[in-house]
Ligand binder design. Sequence first.
Ligand code: NOJ
Length: 487
Amino acid sequence: MPDEVSRRQFAKLAGLSAAGMASPVSSVEAKPASPPRSAGGFPQNFVWGTATSSYQVEGAVNEDGRGASIWDKFVRIPGKIEDGTTGDHANEHYHRYKEDIALVRELGCKAYRFSVAWPRVFPDGDGKPNPKGLDFYNRLVDELLKNGIEPWLTLYHWDLPQSLQDRFGGWRSTETCKIFGDYAAYVAEHLTDRVKNVFTLNESGRFVYFGYGIGIDAPGLTLPQAEVNQIRHNSALAHGLAVQAVRAHGRRGTRVGPAENIDACIPAIDTPENVRAAEIALRELNAGYLNVIMTGRYTDAFLKYAGADAPKYTEADLKIISSPVDFVGVNIYSPQHYIVASDQGAGFMPLPIPKSFPHMNSDWLRVGPETIYWVPKLAAKIWKTNAIYISENGASGDDQVTQDGKIYDTDRIMYLRNYLAQLQRATAEGVPVRGYFLWSLMDNFEWVYGLNKRFGLYHVNFDTQVRTPKLSASFYRNVIAKNAAGA
Ligand code: NOJ
């Protein structure tokens, strides 16, 4: 499966190759940020949410002056989308957003993560804004607040304006980074009177490599590694510029941070040596994005591994990239690397993943609930952050509609129950995880898989647009109501 292949390859690009690396090690101990709370429960004020993204749910791609995005073009290339579908209609959320927000409310969610489609607001990426585009997000935000749901806004969830791809080569050029900063400033200026939390770019780790390295995401390019590394650097730069734009143009107190598919490293066995090795691995395998954002430097091992392919950058770039963030958002689905200590190189070794390792209804989505315990715990320690959000977690399931019209997705419930138990374990130990966004509110357009892979708590019939709660919707409602994992 493409995800599986590329996640492995990305790890390689990001600096994996366990044995050969050497680098200094940070040894600052993270202080538990908050005391443990009631047994089995999550901290008070824990933020429970669900998530979607613009291209995956909105549809209405030609309405109200929206410009084309790279995904509009990409989905039309024969063979690129497994089931031949597009996001042209998707969930018709653009028109059904009120109905969908009612679904969020029914779950008892306190928060909803959505993304702004850049080409709705700036049809060409830059230049003249399209007021009707912004209006949609004004309506969406107002409707959320009316329902007592906090809007969490993502600035970029992959739908780059096609015009920027055509004129500048998209993320290949720092022009796009600068224009992204302007777009972020505009969104911040107009929406942060009501939106208090902003994610910058979603999953640089995926869209850079999938889009520009192996061509299975838009814009579908297969560039040499040096260029991919440069584009990853540009994405980090764009993140930093967006952080600065939100600070300069947003209301005071607006919080901003990344939402990254962190390359997940877990100690294979819980021994002090392996835990230490997993810490090093987590830093090194995320050296190209999260680590440079959080520390302002590329690690020696990363640069050494990249060699002549290392990105070109200036000290000024690093300053922008490491503009202080208010939180770290991490998308956590599966364990990427089980780590053991090694006396070679930087001191860690990722173990091969056996073929029989269990996975959900996507080959890449391995089931490793301890991932959501270890990754925030190690991340809080190495990056000294006091606020981590799980910006995505969830699973694709088999999701058969039975004769009674219901969907008994006990597979998804199994996955969620186990992950949430491990997340609760982390918060009980004082790991500063402040919230969780379940991917996804409803089935939607799952990129390369089209409408084939279903991640929703609500089933969507894409012919009739009828939404039906799955059993997992009741499960999640119960979790939120009890503020506890053992629901
Ligand atoms: C991560 C992405 O952010 C989201 O768009 C995607 O649908 C989910 N993972 C599931 O693959």
